[in-house]
Design a protein around this ligand. Sequence first.
Ligand code: SF4
Length: 325
Amino acid sequence: MRKIGITTTIPSEIIYSAGAIPVDLNNIFITSPIPNDFVYSAEKEGFPSTLCSWVKGIYSSAKSRDDLKEIVVVTDGDCSNSRPLAELLERIGKKIITFGYPFDRNRKKLEEHIFELLNYFGVTLEEALKTAYELDKIREKLDYLDFLSWHDGKITGLENHLWLVNSSDFEGNPKDYENRLDNFLKIAERRKEKKDFLRIGLVGVPPIFSDLYEYLESKGARVIYNETQRQFSIPNREGDFIDRYLNYAYPYSFTFRLQDIKKQIETRHLDGIIHYTQSFCHHQMEHVLLKKSVNIPTLFLEGDRPTKLDERLKIRIESFIEMIG
Ligand code: SF4
């Protein structure tokens, strides 16, 4: 089947409506048994060491997959490096389709981008909306999974992260994803409620560390709010097709994202927030806005390569947990 690489969450309903399969390149990179090799391979080609590892990982993941001939690159609202990345991908023979989320959340501009994507894939808005309603059945189950995480403590931070992060493309097979989700929810429902942990919100891009969630759990804290991963599941689905991607908070301003962050602090009774950002990423500046805007403790955590937490980071996390505890 025709497979389409994507560099971040886009209206995947359009790709599925075209009978094609979206493949999230971030997930190919980070779930690879050798993610560091992807980073080194890009560096061998000349990518600077002072560049975000996700960008290098996305590039190498796309390069490693001959079956991904077309790639949708989000050039507005995602990553400041995405435009040169698009050019580099074009240079290795990929067909680039650009998409954008306007910074000012202007409905007309977003509508134009969505219609360009619809036209490229030869899909009508009605067809995309029909697929959206089908995918919404899975998204409703993800809402429930998220509820079991923060309300009942029946799902670990890592489990919550994995299910939600993979909802960007439903791992290329929504039916199969849904079946596995149904089985997982049955198991989770039978677990005992657990509430004896410090309640952590993880704000920012998905962490590149492989053991952050487990380390927090080992110290008596649990992530019960994965901000960005939750957004991938399009939790605000009111209105029409355009509305759902206007309410998808991640690609817009941090001020807009803060509305949801503040709401979730209250709803989930968060004790503290870990703000994860990637080295060399523009999102780091947003920590200033976060600190000035929320009334609970925050910890700024930075990661570079796909690896485990080092001792220095573990000490900082432990001190933070002790402080909020
Ligand atoms: S972490 Fe930042 S620099 Fe890296 S890909 Fe994401 S937005 Fe771009």
